[in-house]
Design a protein around this ligand. Structure first.
Ligand SMILES: Nc1ncnc2c1ncn2[C@@H]1O[C@H](COP(=O)(O)OP(=O)(O)OP(=O)(O)O)[C@@H](O)[C@H]1O
Ligand SMILES: Nc1nc2c(ncn2[C@@H]2O[C@H](COP(=O)(O)O)[C@@H](O)[C@H]2O)c(=O)[nH]1
Length: 308
């Protein structure tokens, strides 16, 4: 009897569970706060863009509580941030969409940079299927947005008429490309369309980022994946055609590949289109100037993106 009498009654069980949950939530808040204070927000698993649905204690925190844990964010700043990031105050961290998590993470990383007197620099990857207009959009950005450094890739393919060495590409032979790989000079490289090799020279990018400039890489899907693995802070944008038919029209209309090469490129295009969800943002290229502006806006994190 005495033993039975010492057992918690059902309401006690509820109270014990509630108090355990409260302690766990307090610990989670403290852990998040400590992580943020350490200046390493990127280590918060809940903001990891690769984890599909973050679970656990971090995931159960309300986004409002989370933001209020960040030093120097009070109620007003918290509400401003949520509005800017297009996140409802009712959300829990675990309930954020992938793109909301990306935006929240970038907001915190940029704050951190500003707190340490650094300008938030931005590495942006523009990828998409063949002939969607990546080169056209990137070229428009080079002409009209001089603040953005457009990376010049090395390639083993031959120049097309009008292409200039050092402007469109560094045209190199296989031996030189091998040397660049061996010397660690490339941030990433890939064989594209089962044909030529293309790679991103590392040094100019590092120098530009160190100087606080934004950098745009116009590369293929494999390259985008490699950059994400090497530099998780990179923002990945996928350029889409208005329709598949328009893509084919652009490829054929460009007239720079023979029909066998066009077929090869369209095969790759199907694979690339199927991977568009891996990207942080999608931009439809109906008009080059509009698409370029959208890409530059995303580099500046000026507006909330079109997807959540
Ligand atoms: N918004 C647009 N409207 C109509 N035509 C466009 C548009 N954007 C690009 N084009 C045309 O589509 C063709 C392909 O464009 P571009 O060469 O820029 O594509 P790309 O994505 O860089 O291709 P690739 O990956 O094969 O190098 C070009 O002839 C270009 O002028
Ligand atoms: N992985 C990389 N891909 C690159 C790089 N530079 C360009 N590209 C991509 O190659 C294809 C074909 O380009 P094209 O000029 O021959 O039509 C296209 O998808 C480019 O985005 C690079 O450095 N790395």
């Amino acid at each position: 009897m005495a033993e039975l009498g010492n057992r918690p009654t059902p309401p006690d069980v509820d109270r014990v569970a509630a108090s355990r949950a409260a302690i766990a939530a307090r610990r989670a808040r403290a852990a998040v706060k400590a992580t943020i204070a350490s200046g390493d927000v990127s280590s918060l698993t809940v903001l990891d863009r690769s984890s599909e649905e973050p679970e656990g204690i971090e995931g159960r925190l309300r986004v409002t509580e989370f933001l209020l844990s960040v030093p120097a964010i009070g109620t007003t700043k918290m509400h401003e941030a949520l509005e800017r990031l297009a996140i409802s105050p009712a959300k829990r961290l675990g309930g954020l969409g992938k793109h909301q998590r990306v935006r929240l993470r970038e907001y915190l990383v940029d704050r951190e940079a500003a707190n340490h007197g650094r300008r938030p620099n931005r590495l942006v990857v523009l990828a998409g299927p063949t002939a969607v207009g990546k080169g056209s959009v990137a070229g428009y950005i080079r002409e009209n947005y001089p603040d953005v450094l457009l990376s010049v890739s090395a390639t083993t393919r031959s120049p097309r008429p009008g292409e200039v060495d050092g402007v469109n590409y560094f045209f190199v032979d296989d031996a030189e490309f091998d040397r660049m790989i061996g010397a660690g000079e490339l941030l990433e490289w890939a064989t594209v369309h089962n044909a030529s090799r293309y790679g991103t020279p590392r040094r100019p990018i590092e120098q530009a980022l160190e100087a606080g400039r934004s950098v745009l890489l116009e590369i293929d899907l494999q390259g985008a994946r490699s950059v994400r693995a090497a530099m998780p802070e990179a923002r990945l944008i996928f350029l889409l055609p208005p329709t598949w038919e328009e893509l084919v029209r652009r490829l054929i209309g460009r007239g720079t590949e023979d029909s066998a090469e066009q077929q090869r490129r369209l095969e790759t295009a199907k694979v690339e289109l199927a991977a568009q969800d891996e990207f942080d943002y999608r931009v439809v290229n109906s008009d080059v100037a509009d698409a370029a502006r959208e890409v530059v806006d995303l580099m500046k994190i000026r507006t909330a993106p079109s997807r959540s």
